[in-house]
Design a protein around this ligand. Structure first.
Ligand code: PMP
Ligand code: GLN
Length: 382
């Protein structure tokens, strides 16, 4: 008889919904990934580096040229200076980065504040480290941080707070004023921050992403995590990075070197080349994805779904109260996939305590115009 270390964990909703979409032939707007290809220059670079023999282990900390490009991107985007050798580590995706950062500092009995709703990998990663998650509900209006609730959740055992901005699944952004408020709240406490910023370049309507990298006081205690998968349209490459002050980076690397040792070498070479040749790629992303968000929302305007355009990420939440208020969101997602040919993600799976009256599903708009038009046609007749 196996006594599971993760007794409440099943198969992730992303696997479940993508599989159901494949089985039923539904359009897959559930799991977050583009249905278009990455820039040709990036794809070509992989072939070039594989052909040139860049196929053996890379340095444990990540290819120096790629770490250098990450530093350049951070300087350009946030005006922050970080050291490529002591503060940047390349990891096999953001998921591994999150896992290693948590393992590096969380011990038995530590408490970690995570928000309700939050991305699905945080809680199991904390539990495997022996920690306990304390869920703090985001405000129902706009999914902003609720500082009264955060204050009430703090205890002498609180060792980490996990932020995610832009936020999956809601698209909400954290502001500079909120980071300042958080800094004040934890100033004299021994608390680390994990800031999941994988959607850092997907921020719309002229807003700027507020990175913990640009907040000196918070950065001193933070692991800031991003993913090349989101930024360069290559989620299947599972390549990401962690930026943290040298003392935290040293601890992170002690775990990373035994979980992953290093990342896929030719992919790192290709990303480094592409980033050096196309620094403008990240400047063009907000416009690129905002056009998709707006096309999709315009097409959905005549439907019976209601929504507020998201501020960031490539996910649009839609409220289906006018369509099937009798169904909870899991039942709604299954029904939409099976009966109407569009797969979505029910957002209750990101909660410990989903609000009972909430009727929201998440639709990914990182899709070709043709896919978005096709999906909207189906959604408009539900
Ligand atoms: N964090 C968030 C908020 C995400 O949405 C995702 C999904 N891609 C990840 C982390 C994981 O990123 P990666 O695919 O690079 O592991
Ligand atoms: N981050 C992606 C999403 O939110 C899914 C990643 C995964 O499948 N684990 O849709």
């Amino acid at each position: 008889m196996i006594i599971s270390k993760l007794p409440t964990v099943g198969t992730t909703i992303f696997t479940t919904m993508s599989q159901l979409a494949a089985e039923t032939g539904a359009l897959n707007l559930s799991q977050g990934f583009p249905d278009f290809n990455a820039p040709q220059g990036l794809l070509d670079a992989v072939g070039r580096h594989v052909g040139a023999g860049h196929n053996q282990y890379s340095p444990m900390t990540g290819l120096p040229a790629l770490r250098q490009q990450v530093v350049a991107k951070i300087a350009r985007s946030y005006g922050a200076t970080v050291d490529p050798d002591t503060e940047v580590t390349i990891t096999p995706g953001a998921t591994a980065a999150i896992f290693c950062a948590i393992q590096a500092v969380i011990r038995n009995g530590d408490e970690v504040i995570v928000f309700d709703p939050c991305y699905d990998s945080y809680v199991p990663s904390v539990e495997l480290a022996g920690g306990r998650c304390v869920r703090v509900q985001l405000n129902l209006q706009g999914f902003a941080l609720d500082f009264e609730r955060i204050k009430a959740a703090l205890s002498p055992r609180t060792r980490m707070i996990i932020l995610n901005t832009p936020h999956n699944p809601t698209g909400a952004l954290i502001s500079r004023a909120e980071l300042d408020q958080l800094a004040e709240l934890i100033r004299d406490r021994d608390i680390y921050l994990l800031s999941d910023e994988v959607y850092e370049h997907l921020v719309f309507d002229g807003a700027a992403h507020v990175s913990v990298l640009a907040h000196k006081e918070l950065y001193a205690r933070a692991f800031v995590i991003s993913s090349f998968g989101k930024t360069y349209h290559v989620t299947g490459w599972k390549t990401g990075y962690v930026v943290a002050p040298p003392d935290l980076t040293a601890e992170l690397r002690k775990v990373h070197q035994y979980v992953n040792f290093c990342c896929v070498t030719p992919l790192q070479f290709a990303l480094a080349d592409f980033m050096a040749d196309h620094p403008e790629h990240v400047d063009e992303l907000p416009g690129f994805y905002q056009a998709k968000r707006d096309l999709f929302c315009d097409l959905l305007a005549p439907s019976r779904f209601t929504f507020t355009r998201v501020a960031g990420t490539y996910f649009q939440l839609v409220d289906y109260s006018r369509i099937r208020p009798d169904l909870d969101d899991v039942a709604m997602s299954l029904w939409m996939t099976r009966e109407h040919g569009v797969a979505s993600i029910p957002i209750s799976v990101f909660y410990q305590n989903p609000p009972k009256e909430q009727r929201l599903v998440r639709l990914c708009f990182a899709k070709r115009e043709e896919t978005l038009r096709h999906a909207a046609e189906k959604l408009c007749v539900i």
